[in-house]
Design a protein around this ligand. Structure first.
Ligand code: GLA
Length: 517
């Protein structure tokens, strides 16, 4: 079948500056970008995951992601008594019930244009991150320039840009918040630890508790970074020999997510054996599980010793499967493709609470990982490449962590990041990572089974010209008639049988969901 004619909406205003709810035009127009994601309707729609994992008795925080006109009033039917909901903001806070089990509730959002409901389940047990974490990480924008103030501004922008209304919730600090031993920069140098051995932030982070309180007040969560080695990758202070004290400090400060980056641990490890490579993650995983706070554990060791086969057993919720996407080189296609291809091979290891992590989403205005002193600038990826990137990450049930500049979110970038039906594929509670149906020089086809029995299908054109790509029912293991829906355009495509075929632009994607009829 062929796609109906779709109007492509050009961006005429160029970059929009989204900050504190204000949109201003900037001169850096991005030519050729076309918007597919329909604008959210004025009536309420509740987005984001339908399930959340939490440990008994720990603090709980969740902002019900919902689009639609404000003001909006929220309610939650059947919510455990230990939780409370702010009806004006939709922020749920309180304590996770002590009793292990499933707590199902119904969220309701209402405004002057209508109402929406959605079922939501808190699974109280051992497993966090039942769906892939979504949020932002500062690395590819701020590098060694990161400050508490920039993190606050990013948190505010997550709400004012609307990203939080689609489920983005983690605001994660990467490297460079600690002291840099030997640095002559008065902001970065100094004693890395207090007299009692406790880790000290550098002067750009004067009050970590106040910072996480600011993030939490908006219903968002806070992430932090360290290394099991003596130094981080950017040569700031690591946690070697202080693992337990540092983890306790992160929890006391109020962090909800830890990225644990191998870096200088290579020197400590001794050998390249599985045992030596696993050790620091096993240690930290054990410590985190015993904290009085839920901290999602992100392993960052670039895929060594097939981390996907053991990351979950050491307590990891997600693990980088490759080197850094920002420095990935490839002959013809942009780096995210080769990272995606590598990550796609490990689908059998992903599931609720354990995700393959192909690194961040580098679109919008991003820094140069090869020359971190360069200021961020608009991505050179084409519109089709950006749709492919986001589609591939969603099909792979990857953590959706944007790492571009939150202060320069243009309309096109938000259209890529904030399509509720695309995100729904990523956040599906079944937690399956797409299977590679085909990978040739010119075509890449991914298929992801969804909880409701539908199949999300991505047809990626890797070639240099438009191309017709097909997936047969035999390829996909389905039978009979299916109802096809275009996820980027959020549009019904009618019934199909035998195969699904579409014309796909150069380096572009056609992303559909095939429903049983
Ligand atoms: C490594 C990681 C990156 C980033 C930097 C920080 O390269 O893979 O994601 O955290 O360190 O120095």
């Amino acid at each position: 079948m062929t796609l109906p004619h779709i109007a492509r909406l050009p961006i005429v205003a160029g970059l929009l500056l989204v900050q504190a709810g204000m949109a201003t035009a900037s001169p850096a127009a991005v030519a050729g970008n076309y918007i597919l994601t329909p604008k959210p309707r004025p009536a309420p729609a509740i987005n984001g995951p339908s399930v959340s994992g939490a440990r008994p008795g720990r603090p709980f925080l969740y902002r019900i992601p919902s689009t639609g006109d404000r003001p909006m009033r929220f309610s939650a039917l059947g919510m455990p008594e230990s939780l409370r909901l702010d009806p004006a903001t939709g922020i749920i806070s309180g304590t996770v019930p002590m009793k292990v089990g499933e707590y199902t509730m119904t969220f309701r959002a209402r405004n002057s244009r209508g109402a929406a409901t959605r079922r939501f389940k808190i699974v109280v047990g051992d497993t966090l991150a039942l769906t892939p974490p979504m949020g932002w990480n500062d690395w590819y924008t701020h590098y060694d320039r990161v400050t508490a103030d920039l993190i606050r501004r990013a948190a505010s922008a997550m709400v004012s840009s609307g990203m939080a209304d689609f489920g983005y919730q983690y605001v994660n600090i990467d490297d460079c918040w600690m002291v840099k031993p030997g640095s002559t920069d008065p902001d970065l140098g100094g004693e890395p630890r207090g007299a009692d051995g406790s880790i000290r932030p550098n002067r750009r982070f004067p009050d970590m508790k106040a910072l996480t309180a600011f993030i939490h007040a908006q219903g968002l969560k806070a992430g932090i970074y360290t290394s099991p080695g003596p130094l981080t990758c950017a040569r700031f202070t690591g946690s070697n020999g202080h693992e337990e004290a540092d983890a306790r400090k992160f929890a006391e400060w109020g962090f909800d997510f830890l990225k644990y980056d191998w870096c200088s641990y290579e020197r400590v490890a001794g050998s390249k054996t599985l045992e030596d490579r696993k050790r620091p993650y096993e240690l930290m995983g054990g410590i985190l599980a015993k904290l009085d706070r839920d901290v999602v554990f992100n392993l960052c060791q670039y895929g060594m010793n097939e981390v996907w086969t053991w990351g979950s057993a050491v307590g990891g919720n997600c693990w980088r499967t490759t080197g850094d996407l920002g420095v990935e080189k490839s002959a013809r296609l942009p780096g995210f493709y080769s990272i995606g291809f590598k990550n796609a091979a490990h689908d059998e290891y992903a599931g609720p609470g354990r995700w393959n992590d192909p690194d961040y989403i580098l679109i919008g205005s991003v820094g140069n990982a090869n020359r971190i002193s360069d200021p961020p600038k608009p991505t050179s990826l084409t519109a089709d490449e950006q749709y492919s990137y986001m589609s591939m990450w969603s099909l792979m049930a990857a953590p959706l962590l944007f790492s571009g500049d939150m202060n320069y979110l243009d309309e096109f970038t938000l259209n890529v990041l904030c399509n509720a039906e695309v995100i729904e594929v990523d956040q599906d509670p079944l937690g399956k990572q797409a299977r590679v149906v085909r990978r040739t020089e010119d075509e890449f086809v991914l298929a992801k089974p969804m909880e409701d029995g539908s199949l999300a299908l991505g047809l990626f054109n890797l070639s240099e010209s438009p191309r017709r790509i097909a997936a047969t029912w035999a390829d996909l293991g389905v039978r009979g008639q299916r109802r096809a829906r275009d996820l980027w355009r959020q549009m019904e495509l009618g019934n199909v049988s035998g195969n699904y075929a579409a014309d796909v632009p150069r380096h572009g994607v056609v992303f559909v969901r095939l429903f049983p009829r």
